[in-house]
Every structure is written in C-alpha cells, then in structure tokens.
Design a protein. Structure first.
Length: 567
C-alpha cells in the first residue's frame, strides 16, 4: 500500500456533512487554545462520535474500518509492535498478510507514525482505521505483563542466590524502585489491573511458587516461579502493609494503597502460614472506578424503584443477603451513595472498610482491642445518625442492637449469610432475635448472586444439553425449544473463557403487613408460604432464566447460582 497522503480531518468531516463550518471553526480555536488533538475536541464537544471519525477517514483514504470489539487478535502478531510504540502512535498490529502486515491506526494520516512503524516491523504495511477508545482498551488487555513477570521473578531469584537479603532495609533505601522484588510486584499489580482481577493469590507449593488471579469470580494461573522468591515477596508485602515481618507463624491482615496506571488501588492483604511458606491473598479495590449506582448493578428497573422507595423510609432494617463474593457490599454502597446528603448523618461499621465514601463516617472493627461490631454500634447510635450501615450481622448481640436501632428511628442497612430472601427472617429468629422485633423492624430483604456475562466479541448460538433443557422447562414450559440461546466461543477479549464481566441476579421480599403478621406466627412453614406468595415468583432462579433468554448469560451460569439454594 502507498504511503497515505496528509489530509485535513476537519475538512473531511465537513465534506461528508458530519460537521458544520461553524463547529469546525470553534474546534480549531479550542485546539489552538488548549493544544489538544482536533479529533478529541470534536468528540468531547459532542459534534461527532469516534465511530463517525473512523468511518469518515476510512471512506476518504479508501481503507477498511475495523471494529476491534469483534476482531480476534493474535497475541503473537501484536508483539511485532512494542507496547511503547503502540501507545505512542495509537496503532496495533492486526495480522500478517504474506509479505506485508495489516496495522490498525486511530489516525492513519500520521505520516511520521507510518514511517516509524514501517521501520519497526521491517516489512511493507497496509493500514486500517480503528476507533481510539477501543484501541487503547485492546492495548491494555493484549500487552500483558506475563513475560515481564517471569523475567523479574528470575532476576529476583538470581539476586537472592543462596544468600540472605535484609528486606527490613528495603523500607527507605535509595534505588528501591530498581530492586527486583519491587519491579516484580509492580508488574504483577499492573497485569492484575489490566485483566480486571479482583484478587491476587501468591501461594508457595512444594518446589514452586504459584501466582493466580481471580477474574470474574474464577481463578486463573498467572505464573509459576522458583519457591526461593516466596519469602522475599511475602516480606516486601508485609512491609508495605505495616505488618509484623518477624511473625511468620500466625495469620495477619492489613491494607495499603498503590498507584497503578494513574489509578489509586486499595489493597487488602491477608497472610496465612502454610506447609511450604506464607500464602498471601490480596483483594484489589479500585477506588477510581467510583461507587456503582443502583441502576447499573443489574437489578430489574421495577425492583430498583421499589428498593429506592424502601430506602427513603425514616426507619427500619434493610438486609442484603447472599454468599461471600455475591456483590452485597457493592449494592449497599450503591444504596449509601443515594442516601448520602447534607441533611443526613451516615455512619458505617465495617470489617474492613472496603470503599471510602466522602461525607460518611466509616468505622473499622478491631477485635484485638475489643472494638467489636456490637460495641461500635452502641456508640454509633449515640452519635445521632440517620442511617447506619452494619457490615455484617454476625451474632445475636449485633442483630439485636441493629434491630433496636431500626425500631427507634434509624434506617439500618446490613448483610447476612443466607441462601434466599424467604429464609432470612427465620435465620434471624434462629439467631435469637425476638419474633416481634423481626416482624416490626424488618422492611425488606434483598437476596443476590453474581453471574458471568457472555463476552460480546465471541457470542454465538448454543444448543442446549438435555439436563439444561429439563432445568429450563420448569420456568419456560414448552417454549424452551422455540427460543435461541448463546454462549461465548472464547477469544482474546475474554482470555478464552467466553465470559467478560459479571452482573447481579436479584430477588426481593418486601415485609408487607401480611408477611409481618406471618413472621409473628410460630409455624415457619406458614411464614414461608405467605412470603413466597408475596414475592409472586420473582425469584433468583427466574431472574437468572430471564438473563439466559435475553442472551446475557449462559444456562450453566444460571444453573450454578440456582444450585446454591436448591439444596
């Protein structure tokens, strides 16, 4: 392909009637004033979209426009262009074509970039236009740190040799950023954030050290290294989180903050002595993503409306239930964010504090100094709060104080580990909370799970297995075979899993008068019957099936969350 000619983006957009002359003049003035790229000025002012710019360039230069969302990228080909160049020139190597190579560029009219890329890949290049936003996401995902992590691990291993390194001195030593252990950890954090991992597991095994990432609720192996570096990593992480580095026999918990790609990430760390050394698990809480709103967590619109109405009540208890890792905290923080205003005082009692909310008084539990849920909760009530969030109702004492607060003019939000909404009031009675308290103070129970979402880039039709067909029949009846189902084939966008991201599955029991009366009844079976009628079949299972029918998740995912409470 011939070297592209220089074209003026503004003129092309005006010619193709995507932009008016006035808009162009305004944008040129802005460009002069701020020095920003003209294309960015157009998009930020809402004159055109990135897709429109890409399409216009493709038509003008007579080259293809490639939507990276649906392009299966070969990681081997991508490496033809180093990451620094890919980011600098906003370009990506897409495929080898005989003697030439196809390169996607956000701005194919950049002649300097064209020449530099040709020199790097050492063969003729053909161009395609790609959307800049998609391109940057793809670069983040594809240029993973796997090789770098392996290299740093090897470097650390050589650095340690058989000698003992005083990691205590790594605290404020000059040149610390260059220490192999620091470079290794930084690249592990970079990689984990790139693939949206929620947890990092560093686990010493017999003869090797294993590092795994949890992505969308499932663990994936990142790398394996020599067992020699395990102690060095554990020590460095303990130093970062202010833990006792001399104590290797007892579990410890801590936290620290780290900057990854200009984003602040809070890390919660837990160490545990195992047979071959200390196992370290880190939960990553990305603070820059902000708190998710109730509209964006996957709750059906009708349920969001009801839930919001309940949150506006001046007092009462609202419980969110589900197993560990089912997104309860996200839902509660979404609710808190909506309640957070100058007119209300909000206090949270948590173990540990997961996200920081401006304007909210957050208290961290500390069992070591007897700062328990019950103790903090009692003090919190003397602080004249309107809304209290209790991280978890762990025992009878906490549950009773929470219930009492709900009866005396406070809105109390909390979580409980139960299987579904209907069994929650019974669980409270089992914990020893008086019947009248459950009946009068509980306002609503929201039960939830998380299911993985089918990757949009590789979704394809799917034929049901007999067991899946049988399972769906109970909800869909004879219409099972008349519907279409999807699954993900697996591609570079989803690391071959067929899933990308997760969404919530919900059911809600509102404590209407009939349900509250039934809660006062001594027969649990009677209460269950009334509660199920109140929910009118709007169960976790039904919401899961609705997501399958809508093509958002697979039957196996819906069955997995359903089996958690079918037992």
């Amino acid at each position: 392909m011939a070297r592209p000619e220089k074209v003026r983006l503004g003129e092309i957009l005006v010619q193709q009637k995507l932009l008016s002359e006035e808009q162009l003049q305004f944008a040129l003035g802005e460009q002069k004033r701020t020095g920003r790229k003209l294309g960015r000025v157009f998009v930020e002012n809402g004159f055109v979209t990135e897709e429109q710019i890409s399409g216009a360039l493709a038509r003008q230069l007579n080259i293809p426009y490639i939507n990276l969302k649906f392009f299966n990228i070969d990681p081997e080909v991508v490496r033809a262009l180093p990451e620094t160049q890919a980011r600098r020139f906003r370009a990506i190597a897409l495929e080898g074509r005989g003697g030439s190579m196809l390169i996607g560029m956000a701005d194919p009219t950049d002649l300097f970039a064209y020449d530099e890329i040709s020199r790097t890949v050492k063969r003729p290049i053909e161009l395609a236009v790609v959307n800049e936003g998609e391109l940057l996401q793809t670069i983040d995902r594809i240029y993973r740190r796997t090789e770098e992590i392996t290299d740093f691990a090897r470097e650390l291993e050589e650095d340690l040799g058989d000698s003992y390194v005083d990691f205590g001195n790594l605290g404020g030593a000059p040149g610390i950023e260059e220490a192999p252990v620091v470079k290794l950890l930084q690249s592990v954090f970079d990689d984990a954030t790139q693939v949206r991992a929620s947890d990092i597991h560093i686990e010493p095994q017999e003869g090797r050290l294993q590092i795994r990432f949890r992505i969308d609720g499932v663990l994936h192996l990142q790398t394996e290294a020599d067992i020699k570096i395990a102690q060095a990593l554990a020590l460095r992480l303990k130093l970062m989180s202010g833990l006792d580095i001399s104590e290797k026999r007892l579990p410890q918990d801590g936290r620290f903050a780290i900057k990854v790609k200009q984003q602040q990430v809070d890390v919660r760390i837990s160490t545990m002595p195992t047979q071959f050394g200390e196992s370290v698990v880190m939960r990553l809480l990305n603070q820059s993503g902000g708190i998710l709103k109730l509209d964006s967590i996957g709750m059906p619109p009708s349920m969001v409306k009801k839930f919001r109405a309940i949150l506006q009540r001046p007092n009462g208890l609202v419980l969110v239930t589900g197993p560990t890792g089912s997104g309860k905290t996200t839902t509660l923080y979404g609710a808190l964010a909506e309640l957070n205003s100058m007119e209300r005082k909000l206090i949270t009692v948590e173990d540990p504090v997961e996200y920081r909310l401006p304007g909210v008084n957050q208290v961290q539990i500390n069992e070591k100094i007897d700062l328990t849920f019950a103790r903090v909760l009692r003090s919190a009530l003397r602080q004249d709060p309107d809304v209290v969030l209790v991280g978890e109702m762990r025992d009878q004492e906490t549950a009773q104080i929470g219930m009492r607060a709900a009866l005396t003019g406070h809105l109390v939000l909390s979580t409980l580990h139960t299987n579904d909404a209907v069994s929650t009031p019974i669980r409270l009675l089992d914990m020893g909370v008086p019947r009248y308290m459950v009946a009068t103070s509980l306002q609503a129970v929201l039960a939830q799970r998380l299911v993985r979402v089918i990757c949009e880039s590789c979704a394809e039709p799917y034929t049901l297995k007999p067991t899946e067909q049988e399972w769906l029949k109970s909800e869909l009846g004879d219409t099972v075979n008349a519907r279409k189902y999807l699954h993900g084939r697996g591609c570079t966008h989803c690391n071959g899993t067929g899933y990308r991201g997760r969404t919530g599955v919900y059911e809600m029991l509102e404590m209407s008068e009939a349900v509250a009366t039934a809660a006062n009844h001594h027969d649990p079976a009677h209460f269950m019957k009334v509660a199920q009628e109140q929910m009118a079949g709007q169960t976790l299972r039904r919401h899961g099936v609705a997501l399958v029918v809508a093509g958002r998740t697979t039957v196996s995912e819906a069955m997995r969350i359903s089996n958690q409470f079918d037992d």
